[in-house]
Ligand binder design. Structure first.
Ligand code: AMP
Ligand code: MG
Length: 415
């Protein structure tokens, strides 16, 4: 058996980050930046009004109050996207809408609520007069150029995992393309003569195939482009053909099943025949067996990751090994699942003395103490997927450790 940490080291070394490419910023949610993004210009690009109101010279408003308003001549109205035709002079004002450039000469914008225009329509047309009922401080109602982002400054750093707000930031500085790591096209090929896709009819000894839909969805959530490669049987030659076809169109392939020590473990056999097999017995429970190899594809090396077939093992293997490897290949600076310290609400039983770290599937909820609380789901066997589906996390329990109710336990949050 090999340590989880060592298995991960081997696997990540086999899946180095791909070369960065230019990504369309608007379509880069979840992708990782390969270079700092520097703002070419200020955001906002000009001083603009943060309110609907009147752009004024504050000196004109000295002494203005509810009982003794100051009346100004209205030069017209400036909407967002247009520019005042001339500056504000003494005794004058422009009506301005939120986002409109502050006209030259004005040093504040008074909220429309503190004013009263002569015309009932209050259109802010030239010839209107407006009464202002309060003094304002210079700068009030104005958003300064560069107050969000300064020209020449890095707005987003290399290594940023882009989230929706980041896409907005990129658009705000006009960066419609960025250097980053593209999404991987990842094929999913499940193996087993006993497997029948949902919708088919079960023959003697057959079961419905459950892992493909799960893995395809997990890949989508991992920001990959999943490719359904279907269900293969256990025939080694046929599997080799399907894998060769997959190598042409995928950046990585996940297989499922056929990596243990049984009489019919075709994934292991196929990888072995290519000479590229690394076969691991990882010291974890579940998901001990794992195979991988890097095979030549059309556009470069293609990692083939062989997950075990037991459905819960496939899930855990994806979270602990496959997803970190894929994230690493997509430039992720921190590819491992997030871990929090939770409170066990019930004992977390695990077999003793097997030398493996147990990852127990646990239901998670936040308690009134603001902390994450966990308790094991009812079925912990590696075929009991329906029990595991209720789990929000994997509680990590080292061999020899007893976790009693009330103890703290590290928990990996499931995607
Ligand atoms: P294997 O890893 O191929 O030895 O399979 C281990 C167990 O998982 C066997 O009981 C298989 O029938 C089951 N199994 C393998 N692949 C799948 C699958 N895609 N869906 C459901 N069960 C599977
Ligand atoms: Mg099998």
């Amino acid at each position: 058996m090999i340590d989880l940490a060592e298995a991960r080291r081997l696997l990540l070394a086999a899946c180095p980050p791909l070369a960065p490419v230019l990504l369309d910023s608007a379509d880069a949610d979840g992708c990782v930046l390969a270079a700092d993004v520097v703002a070419p210009a200020d955001v906002p690009p000009f001083d603009n009004s943060s309110v609907d109101g009147y752009a004024v010279r504050t000196a004109d408003l000295a002494g203005a109050s509810q009982t003794s308003p100051v009346t100004l001549d209205v030069l017209g109205s400036v909407l967002a996207g247009s520019v005042a035709a001339h500056p504000v002079g003494a005794g004058q004002a422009w009506k301005v809408m939120t986002g409109a450039p502050v006209p030259d000469g004005a040093d504040a914008v008074v909220l429309v609520e503190r004013t009263s225009a002569t015309r009932t329509a209050q259109l802010g047309t030239a010839g209107d007069r407006v009464a202002i009922f309060a003094e304002v401080a210079a700068g009030a109602g104005i958003r300064r150029a560069g107050s969000d982002v300064r020209a020449g400054e890095p707005v987003l750093a290399a290594g940023t995992v882009l989230r929706p707000a980041h896409l907005g930031v990129l658009a705000s500085v006009g960066a419609w393309q960025v250097s980053g790591y593209r999404r991987l096209r990842v094929g999913v090929l499940v193996t087993g003569d006993e497997l029948v896709p949902a919708g088919g009819t079960l023959g003697p000894g057959q079961i419905y195939e459950s892992n493909r839909a799960m893995l395809l969805a997990l890949l989508a959530r991992a920001n990959c482009r999943p490719v359904d490669l279907g269900v293969a049987g256990d025939d080694v030659a046929a599997l080799r053909e399907r894998l060769d076809a997959a190598l042409a169109g995928c950046d990585a392939v996940l297989t499922c099943g056929g990596v243990s020590m049984g009489d019919s473990d075709p994934v292991r056999a196929v990888l072995e025949a290519t000479g590229a097999l690394t076969w691991l017995q990882v010291a974890i429970r579940p998901a001990k067996p794992f195979a991988f190899g890097v095979l030549p594809g059309r556009a470069g090396p293609v990692p083939v990751l062989g997950l075990p077939g037991n459905p819960v093992s496939a899930l855990v293997s994806f979270e602990l090994l496959a997803r970190p490897a894929l994230r690493h290949r997509m430039g992720h600076p921190d590819p491992y699942p997030e871990q929090v310290l939770a409170v066990a609400d019930a004992p977390l039983a695990r077999p003793h003395g097997d030398g493996r770290i147990a990852f127990l599937r646990v239901g998670c909820r936040f308690g009134p103490d603001g902390r994450l609380h966990v308790r094991p789901v009812s079925g912990q066997d590696s075929h009991q997927l329906s029990a595991s589906a209720a789990a929000g996390g994997l509680a990590r329990v080292e061999d020899g450790l007893q976790v009693r109710a009330g103890d703290e336990v590290p928990v990996l949050l499931l995607s």
